[in-house]
Write a protein of this length. Structure first.
Lengths: 234, 204
């Protein structure tokens, strides 16, 4: 198979304005990937499937990735003017403007996003995988990505699963419903900020994380009278 | 009224069989417990093995697995009860006719098992329906299911027909229907039926 860089060049030649970005993988596996722009993703995917040399006709799996908002601390050199009192030539105190360079730590929040990762193979050419990624703009309101189900039918259930567990909305999906959780469910359990339901009322052998959660549950019950019976038993 | 055991044996030697209605009635009940044909996860494979020739649950009068809850006496909850499946399990239990019994088979059905810390697994089916016999194990061997079945038979055998502890179909005031949990926005609602499952008190 062509290298990922060559595939990127082929895509750019075939789909004008594709906006494909090369994502290197610095680890030993060196499984580099391509990040597609959501606007041209369907056109690029169709090219990858139909191109005579690539013929990536098999979608192996679709994964979801949650990138939470990240606080980044940066050290910046700042030059500012400070007034200093220095001894003048005739023994008097004189104020003088002095320029000073100070290192400052600045924090800013890098907005997170949701990502869908597709692994493609070619059954007829016996090569692969090619990894392509799609990113949403953020993780709250702009969570729409184009569905690749019209290109590879195999994406249908897996995109539903990504929708269910990560909350990415796939535009153009023929049947976008929750697949694992019930329809009334509101959360997306695989997101990093998912809060699990509190059903730690009975933990006879609690330890580590469970012990912490059980203790939190016990504290939340303080004063509600639920545990009076237990106190009486002691 | 119980028959004197020695007299019964003596009469038996003479070819006379003496029993009580209660004994006869319970013998009939315990010898034809029909389980429901219903499996949830890998424990169901062991349940199937139990009914096959090697372990042969038919020896205990339970060879007929009924595919309808209306014809079944015993629900073997064999496997992980997810929160998506739990309302259906309770609904099936409600549809069974009295007298009905429940065996919770395996670590998942009794407590959530290895998936206990997951957000989508019910921590034991006894939170919603009354369970008669719990079997630990992951999965329990067919011998364990047979042991549980024999325990249930002993329980049926020991039930008096009148007074305290009589089977529910002879008790007009017994609860017949158990509330089916709703699937809420974050969890099942309610998260347990406190009438069936008062939160156990841990004394250390």
């Amino acid at each position: 198979m062509k290298t990922v860089e060559e595939i990127k060049a082929a895509i750019e030649a075939a789909v004008p304005g594709a906006g494909v970005e090369f994502v290197p993988n610095p680890s030993l596996s060196a499984q580099h990937s391509l990040r597609l722009a959501p606007e041209s993703a369907v056109a690029v995917a169709t090219f990858l499937r139909d191109d005579a040399e690539l013929t990536l006709d098999f979608l192996s799996n679709v994964s979801g990735v949650d990138w939470p908002d990240k606080e980044v601390a940066e050290k910046v050199k700042v030059t500012r003017t400070v007034t200093k009192t220095v001894d003048g030539p005739d023994g008097q105190k004189v104020d003088q403007q002095v320029e000073e360079t100070v290192e400052e730590t600045r924090k800013h929040v890098e907005p997170g996003c949701l990502e869908a990762v597709y692994h493609l193979y070619s059954v007829s050419k016996k090569h692969g995988p090619l990894v392509i990624r799609l990113r949403t703009a953020n993780r709250t309101d702009q969570i729409e990505l184009p569905s690749l189900t019209p290109v590879w039918r195999a994406a249908e259930f897996q995109e539903r699963e990504v929708f269910d567990l990560y909350g990415i909305v796939f535009a153009g999906h023929p049947d976008l419903r929750r697949i694992l959780m019930w329809p009334e469910f509101k959360d997306h359990p695989m997101r990093k900020d998912y809060v699990e339901p509190d059903d730690f009322e009975y933990e006879p052998t609690a330890h580590d994380e469970v012990l912490k959660r059980a203790q939190e549950h016990k504290d939340s019950e303080q004063g509600t009278g639920i545990r009076d019976q237990e106190a009486a038993a002691k | 009224m119980a028959v004197d055991q020695n007299l019964k044996i003596e009469l038996g030697k003479q070819g006379i069989f003496v029993t009580t209605i209660e004994e006869l009635y319970n013998w009939g009940r315990r010898s034809s417990v029909w389980p429901m044909q219903f499996g949830l996860a890998c424990c169901a494979i062991e349940m199937i093995a139990t009914t096959m020739a090697r372990y042969d649950l038919a020896r205990f009068g339970a060879e007929v697995f009924r595919p309808s809850p209306r014809q079944a006496d015993l629900m073997i909850v064999s496997g992980t009860v997810t929160k998506k499946m739990a309302p259906q399990v309770v609904r099936l239990y409600n549809q069974m006719a009295e007298p009905r019994y429940v065996i919770a088979m395996g670590a998942c059905a009794i407590s959530g098992g290895p998936f206990k810390q997951g957000y989508n697994v019910l921590k034991g089916i006894d939170r919603y329906i009354p369970v008669d016999v719990h079997i630990p194990g992951c999965p329990p061997r067919p011998e364990a299911l047979i042991q549980a079945f024999m325990t249930l038979q002993k329980k049926i055998d020991g039930q008096p027909l009148t007074g305290e502890g009589r089977p529910r179909h002879l008790d007009a005031n017994a609860q017949g229907e158990f509330p089916v949990p709703e699937q809420g926005e974050h969890d099942l609602e309610p998260t347990s039926n406190h009438g069936v499952w008062p939160v156990p008190i841990t004394i250390r």
